[in-house]
Design a protein around this ligand. Structure first.
Ligand code: DP6
Length: 327
């Protein structure tokens, strides 16, 4: 039985992926930029089962057997790996997140990045990083950004071949911290996959997509030059643009809660007072407060005291997806 295990970090997008050119290939409407989150990870072990009698893939997440749609999504992904490797075996997948799945930190990115690496290695394939990123993208778009390390850009591309992510700067380039204000651990009512499919129903999506190259340039440059003021402006504008699309889709998607806005406003006020901090919000109510390491302790304290904030987590820039010992 061939086994392998891999670990991958989730990531936070500074220029967001929202909407697809092609749903089934997960070819995004626009490019995106993100940072991997150190300290948070998914660790996944896979075994290709040579016992011909096993007719189904199995999945265990944090010790709990998973069935239904989540298992189907993993099986569909493993079909791609079976095809690439010319394999006719079912898999046993055992996965753990070291962060609670209900904590509002997207786990599909780290999950499919770890699965892409572990499943291909266990199948005897050794994909180069771009090919691995392309494969992870098929499981979850944002997963392609969890394959390379540090600060990462996903080039939208126009086909399966040219849509993948690569590092623009290593983790140590800029000691940024993502201070995550957790407002709710409830599972979101509309997941990202369904949300992407609605993006085109907003009249604002075309403007958002057409303007993406400009935002990508500004964000990339701000990261490379470690220019926090420029970075803060573009990160907040990009998040607000995505939420403008979400709230004007049909049906509309409202992910913010009152506490979301309270954190956004408090951070804005802190920035006007000289604190290098800004906010970005994904498809949920939690707020990612991005700050420089020197002010992280202050920001954690400030954010934790805002009514509605239940828990605060902090993560610096993390490394790439990597193989780990099979236990
Ligand atoms: C709001 O990658 O989770 O977090 O491809 O359907 O799995 P699927 O979507 P997913 O979408 C991420 C959306 C986002 C923005 C981002 O991370 O860029």
């Amino acid at each position: 039985m061939a086994s392998a295990a891999a670990l991958a970090h989730p990531n936070i997008a500074f220029v967001k992926y929202w909407g697809n050119q092609d749903e089934s290939f997960r070819l995004p409407s626009n490019g995106s930029i993100s940072m991997n989150l150190d300290g948070l990870f998914t660790r996944t072990k896979i075994t290709w089962n040579e016992n011909r009698k096993s007719s189904k893939d199995t999945l265990t997440l944090n010790g709990v057997p998973i069935t239904g749609r989540a298992l189907q999504r993993v099986s569909n992904f493993l079909d791609l790996v079976r095809q690439m490797a010319g394999l006719d075996l079912r898999a046993e997948v055992v996965s753990e997140n070291n962060f609670p799945s209900g904590a509002g930190i997207a786990s599909s990115a780290s999950a499919f990045a770890a699965l892409a690496l572990a499943s291909t290695r266990a199948a005897g394939l050794d994909l180069e990083p771009g090919a691995l990123s392309r494969l992870a993208r098929r499981g979850s778009g944002s997963a392609c950004r969890s394959i390379p390390g540090g600060f990462v850009e996903w080039t939208a591309g126009t086909s399966d071949e040219d849509s993948f992510a690569a590092t623009i700067a290593p983790p140590e380039h800029w000691p940024l911290v993502d201070v995550i204000a957790i407002l709710s651990s409830a599972h979101k009512t509309t997941g990202s996959t369904e949300g992407h499919a609605l993006a085109g129903t907003s009249p604002l999506q075309a403007a958002r997509v057409n303007d993406a190259p400009r935002r990508l340039d500004l964000c990339r440059r701000a990261i490379l030059e470690r220019d926090f003021a420029a970075f803060a402006d573009i990160v907040e504008a990009d998040s607000n643009l995505m939420h403008a699309v979400m709230t004007t889709s049909s049906p509309p998607l409202f992910y913010w809660q009152p506490g979301t806005l309270a954190v956004m406003q408090a951070v804005r006020a802190a920035r006007l007072n000289g604190q290098p901090a800004c906010t970005t919000v994904d498809a949920g109510p939690n707020v990612h407060v991005i700050c420089e390491k020197a002010s992280a302790t202050k920001i954690v304290k400030m954010v934790g005291s805002i009514p509605g904030v239940r828990e605060v987590r902090a993560a610096q820039a993390g490394g790439p997806a990597r193989l780990v010992e099979v236990e």
